[in-house]
Design a binder for this molecule. Sequence first.
Ligand code: P6P
Length: 336
Amino acid sequence: MVQPTTLGEFIVENQRDFPFATGELSQLLTSIRLAAKVVNREINKAGLADILGAMGSENVQGEAQQKLDIMANDTFMRALRSMGQVCGVASEEEEHFVAFDDDIHSDARYVVLMDPLDGSSNIDVNVSVGTIFSIYRRTTPAESAVELKDFLQPGDAQIAAGYVVYGSSTMLVYTTGNGVNGFTLDPSIGVFCLSHPDMQIPQDGKIYSVNEGNYVHFPEGVKRYIKYCQEFDKATNRPYTSRYIGSLVSDFHRNLIKGGVYLYPTGTMAPKGKLRLLYECNPLAFIVEQAGGMATDGTRRIMEIAPDELHQRVPCFIGSPRMVETAHAFLRKYEN
Ligand code: P6P
């Protein structure tokens, strides 16, 4: 039996994709890999270990912090701090960025932005959740204190991005700008193995993912696109299938493999959209573009948007390019 390539082997074999990293990215991804295994273990036993449920606190988004949210945040923070490559981390669970400003991090060159456990409201009902991460080189000089502007970089400046989906199996999917590769955790040996080499999103699809409970609050163009998806038209394979898990990483991952479009538009409850630019939309946009897909805010590429603030929200249309383009046509036609 041919031994599958492990994530560690893959990173080393593809180190040449990262010439200036001299092994640093390998170590950074290794720390993420380790944290993902720990979070996976805790999620799998959450129901038994009294770590389900809310902490009784709220995060900066005003969302009830789940015990596993905090566990995941602390696990990734600890893993990233343990490596000397990272000088700071921004997280959905932290109001401000966290600077690693001790001696061993003084010449660190990378910052990481992450949503340590996305979709955590689904945890108590055993629906899959995920971790999303984005990696940049710092823009301020080494040896100096990391600054907010090191984190407020457009998505096009990312040097790596990825996600972990804790589902029926646990997968880590990432890109360093040379394609997208997926690794499945083999729990019997605790190793991520290459299972989805060179992932490419289908250029068109039949799945649309949107919370239709917000329909009345959507812009007219979004409403018209949703009706377009629901109309019968044999020639264009419609009606499409509506699939919405309510866990961004899971909805994105399914559409990446099967083809489809995920929409989180503006609406009354979310005047700027709900998804965060820096640690949800940008990393997934990097991945989807590397896999041949599209990611926009309805008009601009997500990765062109110049961030103003750490927890900035943007509307998001992401997935198969033909489907995103069709949605754009409705937005343009019915823009008020
Ligand atoms: P709604 C989870 O909080 C999240 O950010 C994504 O994982 C998910 O796709 C979205 O929110 C669900 O939001 O408003 O449809 O419940």
